[in-house]
Ligand binder design. Structure first.
Ligand SMILES: O=P(O)(O)OC[C@H]1O[C@](O)(CO)[C@@H](O)[C@@H]1O
Length: 400
């Protein structure tokens, strides 16, 4: 056993590196920061490309029985986004399906949205193939001139092109917008042009606040990265929408920063995982913290500690949602409670509160800064945030 594959970077973070734009640029040869900063542009570009695609056949047979968004990784996250933006009033079930093919019950009454940034994930391809064979309505979304595109053509299904940006996780917004537009065509989600425009502006503004030339103390992406340095991040979302953002942060922390993270819904966590706060990395690790130490100094020599990242929806959810979903007040009380629990145990908390009017814009406001934080955290450890050796090796090992 060799045991050194994938070993790059350094265990201790390099604080100086974060404020050196030239080094940041050099250590990000693939341009992950730039690709992430294009989120707002992706929203505009995808909205325009989707508008050029004839989606009328999707609505021909009326409202479907269910919608399956099929893909893996970032592609599947677009299904979570659709589910949360459609909200509790969505008249049909929306399912993000992450394994190859589609569930056995899917048939002619359903719609399958097959998503793959590369246009060749086996999961999306198998889903498109199965949907076509079973007579389900199909729409495919991803890189043009790919296997997925060819499958859509074969089944005479609409294909919405999303120009390729490697890797897929840098294309979240470019992929999510066509999924929402396909669902809008089916009458399942209320999202309008103003929502897209405001979301794009929000993403632009956050990218500007997180730009590499801006120093850590005024750059929310860099300061969140510093908050998380040498910790085990626990990312909880206060609402279903914030939970999608929390899971997205779990994805990017793993891939860009190579940090383990526990990510999910605070409601669920409150019945079990919140116990982590009492444990070896929680209260026990905090018990012997030097109370005079600089709180911004994540001492690398000390014990590994939890860092709670709480993503709060901010009580902005439309009142009408309360009729069907969980009352906002309950979510807010829970968010207050977990902050209190953390404080009692000395566990540090990073808080991000959603801003904006529409669900999509609020989601963007919870995703943008964490996206940058994951990249800065990886860069501070000397990792190339774009090229992840374990992911490439995994692909090689499983390919036939
Ligand atoms: O649908 P795609 O573009 O092939 O990507 C699916 C997933 O596979 C990966 O590329 C990793 O293998 C992820 O980054 C991505 O989310």
């Amino acid at each position: 056993m060799e045991g050194t594959a994938g070993v790059r970077g350094h265990r201790e973070i390099d604080l100086a590196l974060l404020d050196n734009a030239e080094t940041l640029e050099r250590n990000d040869p693939g341009g992950m920061l730039r690709a992430t900063a294009s989120a707002g542009a992706q929203v505009r570009e995808s909205a325009a490309l989707a508008a050029e695609t004839d989606l009328s056949s999707l609505a021909d047979e009326g409202r479907p029985r269910a919608v399956v968004v099929a893909g893996v990784g970032t592609a599947a996250r677009t299904g979570d986004i659709l589910e949360t933006v459609a909200g509790p009033r969505c008249p049909v079930p929306v399912l993000a399906h992450r394994s190859a093919g589609i569930p056995g019950w899917v048939g002619a009454a359903d719609v399958v949205i097959a998503v793959s940034a590369s246009g060749r994930s086996p999961e999306a391809l198998a889903a498109a193939e199965a949907a076509g064979r079973r007579g389900a309505r199909l729409v495919a979304i991803g890189a043009p001139d790919t296997q997925l595109h060819a499958l859509a053509d074969r089944f005479r299904a609409p294909f919405i092109p999303v120009p390729r940006r490697a890797p897929a996780r840098a294309s979240l917004w470019g992929l999510a917008v066509p999924v929402l537009l396909a669902a809008r065509q089916l009458g399942l989600v209320k999202v309008n042009e103003a929502d897209f425009a405001e979301t794009a502006s929000r993403l632009d503004a956050d990218a500007d606040r997180c730009r590499m030339t801006l120093e850590s103390f005024v750059n929310p992406g860099k300061s969140l990265a510093l908050d998380l340095a040498h910790s085990v991040p626990i990312v909880w979302g206060s609402s279903p929408l914030a939970t999608v953002a929390a899971r997205r942060f779990g994805d990017t922390l793993s891939a860009n920063a190579r940090y383990p993270a526990v990510a999910g819904a605070l409601g669920e966590a409150g019945r079990g995982r919140v116990g982590l706060l009492d444990g070896v990395y929680g209260g026990l690790a905090e018990a012997d913290r030097d109370i005079f130490a600089d709180p911004s100094d994540n001492e690398s020599g000390g014990p590994t500690r939890l860092r709670l990242v709480l993503l709060r929806d901010g009580g902005l959810a439309a009142d009408e949602e309360e009729l069907d979903g969980e009352p906002t007040a309950v979510e807010e009380r829970r968010a207050e409670a977990v902050q209190e629990l953390a404080e009692r145990r000395g566990v540090r908390v990073s808080l991000i509160t959603a801003e904006g009017g529409s669900a999509l814009e609020r989601l963007a406001s919870l995703v943008a800064v964490p996206d940058f934080a994951s990249i800065y955290l990886g860069l501070a450890h000397g990792f190339d945030p774009m090229a992840v050796p374990a992911v490439s090796e995994m692909k090689e090992l499983v390919s036939p």
